[in-house]
Design a protein around this ligand. Structure first.
Ligand SMILES: C[S@@+](CC[C@H](N)C(=O)[O-])C[C@H]1O[C@@H](n2cnc3c(N)ncnc32)[C@H](O)[C@@H]1O
Length: 235
């Protein structure tokens, strides 16, 4: 699996977030999976607390960075053949986009060295956070991007775990809702029904980043008053 190195701007574009909106949040943000993104570092500079969780944080830092650099090389090979598949017009040419990954990776490495406690080694569907810990929870390029790694039950358990750690009144935002070949997830309708049975309200949101021209879909999850947190267990 690729360890991507995205910037705060790229996250804002995916999820329809703004810097002002992040600053106005009443509590911390969770980014799961965090990968080698600059979100924690760039949000810190804004005065906003973000925690990142990813199983790759259990690896030695040098190994993780080597994997992130390898992911950059993979993208550099794939992009020239089909840049429009990967990128919005705002991010073209692709060399410019990849430079944003290089900058993000450097920010990630420096911030993780300075604040290791903000990068938590953990894997969905079992996160080591108390119920309702976060005002906003973000999950990009995992659950639907790699459907071969997550059964429908795994996806449901992971989504419920993301809701559990998110405060009432807060949201879980998930993107993308398609696989690597841009095929929308056929499981989404059944997952949304199952989430509803657990007292989780789901909304499909359309996001267009400013100057981007691309339409993206985000799954937004919130607690309904019927929701009761159930910690994940594999028993
Ligand atoms: C393509 S990266 C996405 C990172 C970041 N969210 C982004 O949009 O760039 C996928 C990440 O998922 C992490 N991952 C793999 N299995 C996971 C799991 N079960 N729970 C949480 N993260 C996982 C990988 O270690 C990798 O860093």
């Amino acid at each position: 699996m690729l360890i991507s190195s995205r910037s705060l701007d790229e996250y804002c574009g995916f999820f329809g977030l703004t810097r002002a909106g992040l600053r106005a949040l009443p509590g911390p943000v969770l980014d799961c999976p965090g990968g080698a993104a600059a979100l924690v570092a760039e949000a810190r500079a804004l005065g906003c607390r973000v925690l990142a969780a990813d199983p790759a944080y259990a690896e030695p830092g040098a190994e993780l960075l080597a994997r992130a650099e390898a992911a950059r090389q993979t993208m550099a090979r794939a992009m020239p053949a089909a840049p429009a598949r990967y990128l919005s017009p705002r991010h073209l040419p692709y060399e410019k986009y990849l430079r944003s990954w290089d900058r993000a990776r450097r920010l990630f490495a420096a911030d993780r060295a300075a604040h290791p406690g903000d990068y938590v080694a953990a894997a969905l569907p079992a996160l080591p956070f108390a119920d309702a810990s976060f005002a906003l929870t973000l999950s990009s390029y995992l659950l639907f991007a790699y459907p071969e790694r997550f059964s429908q039950d795994d996806q449901l358990a992971a989504l419920l775990e993301l809701v559990r750690v998110t405060a009432p009144g807060g949201e879980v935002l998930v993107h993308p809702l398609h696989d690597a070949a841009s095929r929308p997830s056929p499981r989404l309708p059944r997952l949304r029904e199952a989430l509803g049975r657990h007292g989780v309200r789901s909304e499909l949101r359309t996001v267009r980043a400013p100057g981007d021209g691309r339409r993206r879909y985000v799954l937004a999850l919130t607690r309904h008053h019927r929701y009761r947190a159930v910690p994940w267990t594999n028993s």
